[in-house]
Design a protein around this ligand. Structure first.
Ligand SMILES: *Cc1c(COP(=O)(O)O)cnc(C)c1O
Length: 374
């Protein structure tokens, strides 16, 4: 099935924004750096962080985060099981070993108690993880107080994969700004899209400089080309930056729309005791990038997905945990079964900011009809 009338999280770029791009083209092509710096400054100002680096994807931002912290082959990096593969792929790019941690049931993110448990076990075999890379699932903050405390106590650098969480907050501070390095994605399905792109965030000027140097082919400063290290071509392109700058104006409106979509689903399904949501705890403010529902019963999600797709509505299973993936299953893991439960019981519903009221009513009616007849 490829033709969905209602897609899961399609890009939402208004016509006015697109109309402005051709005028910018000549300028951007001759001086892309200017567009990049403006986009970076805008993110710093909005999120309250001192340095930002615009790159060509969230995944390259993750790769640069690990590289600039000096993480290399043989090192161990703590990471969540319940995330998109990009999080853990980046750890593999530098040849490090992911140590995979299961979720906790409140936010679905990395379980701080299991992080402690994992650390104890790693220390016992004389291994000290070189970093903790967490992800904020579907826009919901992880339990940052607990995790930051653990990282500080053991002097383990923290990296935040806030790829889908632009504008989400924890205790009134934006996600992506808590760790030594944070990253955002502007992939086509994210709340703001540059068609593909990412941003690295940090308050540490040395990390920013190192990331910037590696992102531009690692040129040492000399009157001719000198390369002491392997570099990458990870810079964002100027036109993508301009598209990002134009959309940043509507970030708050987009978050409000995402949250409205979530609240509409929640209200509509409140009568069903068998449906649960990813709830916000006090101090947690999700951007509700994706509305996901959890059923009590195993398999309901799969049959509802088929039913919606027959009706041209796209739905998607939640992440199949990384510790279950053939490519990652041999890595050390501290697993409780929580992320597997989320995978088996959960379903993501259309949550694009362009979703109309009529479309959402249609989806809700389809779900209600399915539940009545199944
Ligand atoms: C989208 C996403 C990424 C990858 O970002 P790209 O820009 O597509 O490379 C990484 N982690 C998470 C959690 C994501 O949702």
């Amino acid at each position: 099935m490829s033709e969905f009338k209602i897609k899961l999280v399609p890009p939402d770029i208004d016509v006015e924004t697109l109309r402005q791009l051709p005028d910018l083209f000549a300028e951007v092509v001759t001086d892309p750096g200017k567009s990049l710096r403006r986009f970076e400054d805008l993110l710093c100002e909005k999120l309250g962080v001192s340095h930002a680096l615009a790159v060509n994807s969230g995944t390259s931002a993750l790769h640069l985060a690990l590289l600039s912290l000096g993480i290399k082959a043989g090192d161990e990096v703590l990471c969540p099981s319940f995330t998109f593969a990009a999080t853990i792929n980046a750890i593999s790019y530098v040849g490090a070993t992911p140590v995979i941690i299961d979720s906790e049931p409140d936010t679905w993110n990395m379980n701080p108690e299991m992080v402690e448990q994992a650390l104890k076990a790693r220390f016992k075999v004389n291994k000290k993880p070189r970093a903790l890379l967490l992800a904020h699932t579907y826009g919901m903050p992880a339990k940052l107080d607990e995790i930051v405390k653990i990282c500080k106590a053991h002097e383990i650098p923290l990296i935040e994969d806030a790829a889908g969480s632009l504008g989400a907050q924890y205790k009134d501070r934006y996600l992506g700004t808590f760790g030594d390095v944070g990253i955002i994605s502007f992939n086509y399905n994210k709340i703001i899209t540059t068609g593909g792109g990412g941003m690295l965030l940090t308050n540490n000027p040395h990390l920013k400089d190192q990331a910037s140097y590696l992102a531009t082919q690692a040129r040492s400063s000399a009157p001719y080309y000198v390369h002491n290290e392997v570099g990458y071509n990870y810079q964002m392109n100027g036109l993508a930056s301009e598209l990002g700058i134009l959309q940043m104006e509507s970030l708050d409106t987009r978050i409000a729309k995402k949250r409205l979509i979530f609240n509409n689903y929640r209200k509509a399904f409140s009568a069903y005791e068998t449906i649960n949501f990813q709830e916000e705890m006090p101090g947690f403010y999700s951007n509700r990038w994706l509305t996901t529902i959890l059923f009590d019963w195993y398999d309901t999600a799969g049959s509802l997905k088929n039913y919606l797709e027959k009706n041209a509505v796209e739905a998607r299973h939640l992440w199949n945990p990384m510790h279950r993936q053939p490519v990652f299953e041999h890595f050390p893991g501290y697993i409780s079964g929580q992320s597997e439960k989320l995978f088996k019981h959960g379903l993501a519903l259309p949550s694009g900011t362009g979703l109309t009221e009529a479309q959402q009513i249609r989806i809700i009616e389809l779900v209600q009809h399915f539940l009545k007849t199944s």
